[in-house]
Write a protein that binds this ligand. Structure first.
Ligand SMILES: [Zn+2]
Ligand SMILES: [Zn+2]
Length: 198
């Protein structure tokens, strides 16, 4: 298959690499889209040991598997589902496994990526391919943050809410706030183009 190799010194090449091994409890995902993330800049400059890309959307391609053909986004923290942290729902802090797809193991800037079954997030058909990766860093991170806020100040008790910064995550926060019932949302950013989007 083809994969993007991050060599460092701002050099990336597309190369033929072997198909990845698919471990026990994993499936192969044919990558449709992987979004560029600000944190990829570091790998662009410094190089990457593994195939980069961690905002991944694709289709399960594992013949005979019950999820074959399913459109999925990829939740990148590996997790066991059994330890105390996982049982609490804090799978990103799993006590048993500590690995991130696209960082400590191959990621999405390739034609195929092996993904543990419990990292597959099915994507509804009314969300188009190009938007699907935004469910991860942009909306996932923001939704998670706003849910935390909700435990402290519920929408019913909230006054005006100020979002500092209209970058991808800030815009996601604005959307998540509205979706979760916060009506009076304000956004601050020195960048006029971004403010206009907000
Ligand atoms: Zn990211
Ligand atoms: Zn765990």
């Amino acid at each position: 298959m083809q994969a993007a190799v991050f060599h460092g010194n701002d050099r990336i090449t597309i190369e033929r690499v072997p198909m990845p091994d698919v471990g026990k409890g994993e499936v192969l995902v044919r990558v449709s889209r992987t979004a560029l993330c600000g944190s990829d800049f570091k790998l662009w400059h410094k190089g990457a040991e593994f195939t980069a890309g961690h905002e991944i959307f694709g289709v399960v391609e594992q013949r005979g598997h019950r999820l074959h053909g399913r459109r999925c986004a990829v939740y990148i923290p590996l997790h066991c589902d059994r330890c105390a942290a996982c049982q609490r729902g804090d799978t990103q802090m799993c006590l048993e496994v500590s690995s991130l797809i696209g960082w400590n193991r191959p990621g999405g800037y390739a034609e195929y990526v092996p993904v543990p079954e419990n990292c597959l997030l099915p994507v509804p058909n009314d969300i188009e391919d190009s938007l699907a990766p935004l469910l991860l860093d942009t909306i996932g991170t923001s939704g998670h943050a706003v849910r935390f806020v909700g435990r402290v100040v519920s929408p019913a008790d909230a006054g005006p809410v100020l979002v500092m910064g209209a970058g991808p995550v800030g815009l996601g926060v604005a959307l998540a706030l509205r979706a979760l019932g916060y009506d009076d949302v304000h956004v601050a950013d020195p960048n006029v183009a971004r403010l206009r989007i907000a």
